[in-house]
Design a protein around this ligand. Structure first.
Ligand code: EPU
Length: 339
């Protein structure tokens, strides 16, 4: 176990922000983590747990200990004729893990193809795309309670999953290090989720009536490639804001004025609106301000065109929030972790 000092975080965040960490330690096993917990640098500094760095914005240097989770490994836990329990180490990159499941025709996460980041970060914000959320397939999450120094397992219910949310973002923030997740995936009779408009379009275009797990995965990959910038080519962290939950009366008044405004029902009192649509209506889509801007295919995505610092992205995000509030009376919440 080596604690490095004054390390650049630029390769470790998909925005490509050149912040540094006062200390950085790579954690490749539970034994290594136990050593870290005993170390004075751990005890005397604030901490940040880093996965793939695809949902974080460093607005300044981090004056503490960054714990980079690199616990690897994939294993089969248990199998029935219908389903299978698979465990993956928190440091495994998410998309290759999805691909290995798709290749084995294991159903459940094909709609979550091509999401950047690591396996261990996935439950924190309950990643979701094209009609599927991780919570639908999670069996349990294992990790270490950093305060008590003991292992703990969270069942799906205990994870308190909501839209882009879980217990790991609240009471357990920086207090619980996820070491692995275990998913229940389907070996047969897997109900494919293809109702999402864009997926239907791709499958229709290809004249696929009975899609396989691989067909759905391929469709999702094609949609993501066409709409979302590749973080290895253009710095970004996917959706920067959450889709807001809005009072049904406010949404109705917006729809009176803009009949095409996308609105998703929740209950009698609230609906969800598309943050990307709101931002686009405020004229931000495709806008470039200095070294930062708003993606031209998906207004929810803020980008670093090269050389930007985190403060510039944060400033842009704040201006977008203000203009959406002014025009629509809706406060957008940032989805990305701001440090
Ligand atoms: N829209 C616009 N303008 C835009 C973007 C979107 O008008 O610039 C409209 C679209 O036309 C559509 C609606 O907004 O009617 C929804 O757009 P889209 O299907 O692209 O999905 P989203 O709600 O913008 C969410 C997730 C994405 C996920 C997609 C697909 C959040 C915050 N974002 O985006 O997740 O890939 O659905 O399921 O929930 C991520 O979290 O990083 C991410 C990319």
């Amino acid at each position: 176990m080596v604690i490095q000092e004054n390390i650049s975080l630029q390769p470790f965040n998909t925005f490509g922000i050149p912040a540094t960490a006062r200390y950085l330690v790579r954690i490749t096993s539970q034994a290594e983590l136990e050593q870290v917990i005993q170390h004075p640098v751990y005890r005397n500094n604030r901490r940040f747990i880093l996965g793939g760095g695809s949902n974080v914005l460093f607005t300044k240097n981090f004056d503490g200990l960054v714990m980079k989770v690199e616990i690897m490994g994939k294993s089969l836990v248990e199998e029935t004729t219908e389903s299978i329990l698979v465990t993956a180490g928190a440091g495994e990159p998410w998309h290759p893990f999805v691909m290995s499941c798709v290749e084995q025709s294991l159903g459940g996460i094909e709609n979550l193809s091509l999401i950047p980041g690591t396996v261990g970060a996935a439950p924190i914000q309950n990643i979701g795309a094209y009609g599927v959320e991780l919570k639908q397939v999670i069996a349990y999450v294992d990790g270490i309670d950093l305060d008590a120094g003991v292992s703990r397992r969270f069942t799906r219910d205990e994870c308190q999953f909501e839209y882009r949310d879980s217990v790991f973002k609240h009471t357990l923030k920086e207090k619980f290090l996820i070491s692995s997740i275990t998913l229940r995936l389907m070996k047969k009779n897997h109900p494919m989720v293809t109702h999402y408009g864009a997926i239907k379009e791709v499958l229709n275009e290809k004249k696929i009536d009975h899609p396989t797990i691989r067909d759905v995965s391929n469709a999702v990959i094609a949609i993501r490639r066409s709409k979302l910038p590749d973080p290895t080519l253009l710095g970004n962290a996917g959706s920067f804001f959450k889709n807001p939950v809005v009072d049904v009366n406010l949404a109705r008044s917006i729809q009176d004025k803009y009949p095409s405004a996308p609105v998703y029902p929740i209950d009698n009192q609230f609906v969800k609106m598309a943050a990307g649509w709101l931002i686009e209506q405020c004229g931000w889509k495709g806008k470039k301000i200095g070294r930062v801007g708003v993606h031209d295919q998906q207004a929810l995505v803020l980008v670093n065109f090269g050389g930007a610092n985190g403060e510039e992205i944060h400033q842009l995000a704040t201006e977008i929030q203000q203009s959406v509030l002014q025009k629509f009376g809706i406060t957008l919440m940032m989805e990305v972790n701001i440090l």
